[in-house]
Design a protein around this ligand. Structure first.
Ligand SMILES: C[S@@+](CC[C@H](N)C(=O)[O-])C[C@H]1O[C@@H](n2cnc3c(N)ncnc32)[C@H](O)[C@@H]1O
Length: 206
């Protein structure tokens, strides 16, 4: 179920994301912080493919979306534009990417949101600088993790964290699989990305 036609969401999305590159920001941030681990390898969603995998998680009106490793916020902003979430949250480790996402959000608040309907006016959008292993995910109904480069240790800890989600929460895990009796496999999709394509698996917290 969508709140806005994909074509319109994509048009607004392109306005928001013209003129800068998440890849450049990620590279600079990794140098500045001396963080070269694989988990911070950058990559972004592209709207139609992300929209398609989101449909597989069946977002419902009033639910809450989290992107675990949100980069410049592309998945989070698309979720906000195209789906009827009450709240969307992006969590990102590299603060320069979080700053870029918050700049996009300021542009959205000033130039785009005022022209949209009441559901978009009331929707809450947050970009948090932090570690998704530490942040509180208890409010989440639909989660996305574009984790192609998340290593085995990080995936083990993330799986543990996701086992604590509320019953019925859906997780879209791109580029990895989750092995836990608490997370029941629902569907697999091929998701095109701006770097190639990833398998995206949808799980439901039991
Ligand atoms: C492949 S990018 C995905 C960006 C965005 N979700 C998208 O799909 O367009 C993965 C992001 O996860 C971030 N990341 C890796 N480990 C993290 C952690 N423990 N907590 C928060 N962010 C993390 C990386 O810095 C990177 O920006």
């Amino acid at each position: 179920m969508g709140r806005m036609e994909l074509a319109r969401a994509q048009e607004l999305f392109e306005q928001l994301y013209s003129g800068f590159s998440g890849y450049d920001i990620a590279r600079q941030e990794k140098e500045r912080l001396g963080k070269q681990e694989a988990a911070t390898t950058y990559g972004e969603v592209i709207p139609p493919a992300f929209h398609d995998v989101m449909l597989a998680a069946a977002p419902q009106a009033g639910e809450v979306f989290f992107d675990l490793g949100s980069g410049t916020g592309k998945a989070t902003m698309l979720a906000a534009l195209a789906f009827p979430f009450r709240r969307v949250v992006g969590i990102e480790l590299l603060p320069g990417l979080g700053d870029a996402a918050r700049k996009v959000l300021s542009h959205y608040d000033a130039q785009i949101r005022p022209h949209l309907g009441p559901e978009h006016q009331e929707q809450r959008i947050d970009f948090i600088d932090g570690d998704f292993l530490v942040e509180d995910l208890s409010e989440a109904d639909v989660l996305f993790a574009h984790g192609t480069c998340y290593g085995p240790e990080l995936m083990g800890k993330l799986t543990h964290k996701l086992e604590e989600l509320k019953p019925g929460a859906r997780v879209i895990m791109a580029g990895q699989t989750l092995a836990s009796p608490e997370l029941v496999f629902q569907k697999m999709k091929v998701m095109k990305t701006d770097w190639g394509s990833a398998l995206a698996a949808v799980y439901k917290r039991r």
